[in-house]
Design a protein around this ligand. Structure first.
Ligand code: CA
Length: 224
């Protein structure tokens, strides 16, 4: 799940980036509306967290433009708790509205609710390739009846490979889809993560599912 945070207050942006990343989301941050709109056109985000008071194009302007070409979930953040602002935000197509200062657990609960709403309409709860099953709700995998617990990154990586079952993904593609944009582009991290994932979902089993294509990338598929 990828989230875009458009917020010009560095402290709040860092706080959101850290908290959401710790909770398994991939988070890109930008401090102005123009860059935010640009990013939202380049990348598919599951949620945009949008501050109302931004320099140049403010949050309302960003919201209006985003809504012309995307139905991504949008949560507005504002220092003002006025009812009129809330109504305006919802009228312009925001999905939720949170007043600053807020407690992180409240933001997280709202983020989860919004994402759950869009998940239900977009994707199945479990993905299956051969005897490998991925339970999206519980961040857990199964091979046959054996349960495999995954870290947030392992889950994101396996989810990506399973969604693209049979397609080769390059290391650069994997980085751009599983790590956030500020991540230092060291493709070694992909190899290390793939190795850890294999140790859990392939090494103990005869039927290997993750395959390396030297110099190209990785593919997940049954080959028996
Ligand atoms: Ca602001």
């Amino acid at each position: 799940m990828r989230i875009l945070v458009i917020e010009d207050e560095i402290k709040t942006a860092e706080y959101l980036h850290q908290g959401l990343t710790e909770n398994g989301y991939i988070v890109d941050c930008t401090n102005n509306g123009a860059d935010g709109l640009h990013l939202a056109q380049q990348q598919a985000y599951d949620l945009v967290i949008l501050d109302v008071n931004l320099p140049q194009v403010d949050g309302w302007g960003v919201l209006e433009q985003l809504r012309t070409h995307s139905n991504t979930r949008i949560m507005m953040l504002t220092a003002r708790g006025r009812l009129a602002d809330k109504v305006k935000g919802l009228d312009l197509g925001a999905d939720d509205y949170l007043v600053k200062p807020f407690e992180f657990p409240e933001l997280l609960a709202r983020v989860r609710t919004l994402l759950r709403r869009s998940e239900h309409s977009l994707a199945p709860e479990t993905l299956k390739v051969a005897d490998l099953e991925l339970d999206r709700g519980r961040h857990r995998a199964y091979r046959g009846s054996r349960r495999i617990d995954l870290t947030a990154k392992e889950f994101a990586l396996l989810h990506l490979l399973m969604r693209h079952n049979g397609e080769v993904l390059s290391r650069t593609q994997i980085i751009s889809l599983v790590w956030d944009m500020n991540f230092d582009c060291d493709t070694n991290v992909v190899e290390v993560s793939i190795r850890r994932l294999r140790a859990k979902i392939d090494d103990p089993f005869d039927n290997k599912l993750i395959h390396t294509l030297r110099g190209v990338g990785y593919v997940l598929e049954p080959r028996e």
